[in-house]
Design a binder for this molecule. Sequence first.
Ligand code: MIC
Length: 644
Amino acid sequence: MRRLNLTRKLFESHRVSGSMEAGEELALKVDHTLTQDATGTLVMLAFEAMEIDRVRTELSAQYVDHNLIQQDFRNPDDHLFLQSACRKFGLWFSPAGNGVSHPLHQERFGIPGKTLVGSDSHTPAAGALGMLAFGAGGLEVALAMAGRPLFLKMPLVVGVRLTGRLPDWVSAKDVVLEMLRRYDVKGGANRIFEYHGPGLDGLSAMDRHVIANMGTEMGATTSVFPSDGEVRRFLASQQREGDWVELLADEDADYDEHVELDLSSLEPLIALPGSPGNVRPVREVAGEPVYQAYVGSSANPGLRDFAVPAMMVEGRHVHPGVSFDINPTSRQMLESLTLESYLGRLIRAGARIHQAGCNGCIGMGQAPATDRNSLRTVPRNFPGRSGTREDRVFLCSPETATAAALTGKITDPRELGMDYPRFGEPQAPKINREMFVAPADEAGDIELTKGPNIKTLPDLEPIARDFRAPVLIKLGDNVSTDDILPAGSEILPLRSNIPAISDYVFRNVGREFSDRAGDLDAFVIVAGKNYGQGSSREHAALAPRFLGLRLVCAQSYGRIHWQNLVNFGVIPLSFADPDDYASIEEGDELAIDDPVGALEAGGQVDVHNKTRKRTYTLQHELSQRQIDVIRAGSLINRLREEDR
Ligand code: MIC
C-alpha cells in the first residue's frame, strides 16, 4: 500500500476530475480565495463580466495592502471600488491599514486542509497551516469565486526532511534562502515542497509561513506543512482553536523526490542583487556599505521578525548612514509591538515606521537611492522592483538586516558580539478583528463604485488563421514579470486601466517597446528559460496582448505566467532544440499555418521563420480546454461561448 504524503491527501480530497499522475491536468475544488488590491480590481471586473450575483466559495477575502500611497485619486478610487464589489458579491473586505494579505489570511481565516487560490504568487504561504494554496492569475481567481474548479498540472511532490535546530542568529528566512541556494529560481518548477521531520518542532507557524511564502521564488507550485500541534497553538493564539484539525503525512510516506536539510548546519545567508537565487553566506559579502535596511513584507511577517530587531537595537542607535525602514505586517501586530514595548525600542534607536502593508516590497514607496545597497527581508529583488531602476537589493533575515542597520555595512549578525535575543510569543496576543468588513447578507441594489481610472477589460480577437508576425523582442533567461511590466508607485496605480498600463511594458529593459508595438497588428516574443517568473500579475500577459502579442516562443516558462498567457489568448510554445532559439533574431517574421489546428494536431507545432527560410518544430503542453481558450481569443470569450 502507498503511504500517502500530505500533499496527495489534500489533492485527493479536493479532486473534481483528472488524474494525479505527475504532469497530467486535474481540477481541484476551491474553498477559499484571496485577492489583493493590485490584482483584485481586474478580478472584480472579470467577476462582474461573468454576471454572477455572489461568490460561491466557502470564503473569499479581498485585502488592500499594495497600492497604499494616495498621491492622487487612483489608488483610493480602487479601494472604494473593491469595497463596493465585496458588498455586492459577498466577500470579506480588509481595508487599507489592516495589513498584508497572506499573514492576515493565516491569522483570520486560514483553516488546515482547505484549498486556497489567490491572485498573488505568494498565496502558497498558507501552506504553513496545512492548506493547499496556489497563486494564480486574476481570471482564474474570478472563476474560483464563481464556484469553478482550479485546473493545474499535477506536480511532483518533494519531501523536505528537516532535522536539527536553528543555531542562534539563523532564522526561517535562512532556511528558505538555503533552499534557494540549492534550487535557484527554476529548480522548483513543477514541484511541491512538503516539509516534514523532527526539525519542524523548532519552527513556529509564522516561521513556516516565511518558508512557504518564498517557495514561490524557486518556481514551486506550492509548499505544504503539516497541521500539527504548533498549528493548533497558533490557531488558539488567534482564538480559533476550533478550526484546527490534525493533518499529517502517513508514517514513512512516499515522495517523488527526497531532500534532507539539517537546520543546525545553517548559517546567515543573503541573496545578492538581481535574483532571489543568488544566495551566498553573509560572511562572504560582509563589509559592503549599506544605505537601507528594511524589515517587513509577507516574507517575514511574524511578531518575532520585528521583536528580534527591536531587542537587537535596544539601547543602541542606527548607523547615521542607514535608513532603517520598518514595515509592520498588520494593525494587529502594530498593537502588539506597542503593547509589548517593541515599537518604542525601534523608534528610539532611529527606525522609520511605515504603515502596515506591502509598501516598498513592490516599490510602493521607500525606493532606495541609486546604486546603493538595500538589505531587505522581502521575497524578491528583481532589478528595478524597488522602484529605483539602478537598485542593489539584497534579501536576508531580519537579524542580518538589523545588523547592517547598526553597523552601516553588511554584517554577519554572529559578529555583532551580542547575546542572541530570546523571543517568546506573548501569552495572550492582541487580536484585532473589528476592522474586517463582513460580507453583506445579500447584494440588494448595491452599485459598483468605479472611479475614472477603472476601465473595463478590453475585447480580445481570436488569432488569425494565416498568422504571421515579427519578433519584437528577443530576451534571455529568467525574465521576470517585473521586467515585463515593472512595479513601482508610478505604474501600480494603473492596474485597473489596461490601455494606460500598456505604455509601460518592458519599460525597465530600456526600450520604447509600446511605441514599436503600436505600429504592428501582431508580434512575437522570443525568450530563454523561465520566461515570466515571479508575480501572478496577469497584466504582464494582458498588457502585451493588448499591444498585439499573439505568440511567445521560449525555452521554458514560469507556471503562473504561462497560464496567464493562455487565458488571454497568447500561444506559449517551447523550443525543443535550443539551437532554434539561437537562430532567431529580433525582426524575423514568424508564421504558423492555422495555429489552432496545429495545436490540436498534437504536442508539436511547425513555426516558419520567413526571414531565414527555416522551419522549427516547437512544443506545447496545452490541454484541449486551453486550446479552446486560444481558439476563442481569451478565457472570457470562451466563457461567453459556453453561456450561449
Ligand atoms: C509580488 O510580490 O510581485 C506581488 C506584488 O505580490 C505580485 C502580485 C502583483 O504583481 O500585484 C505577486 O507576487 O503575485
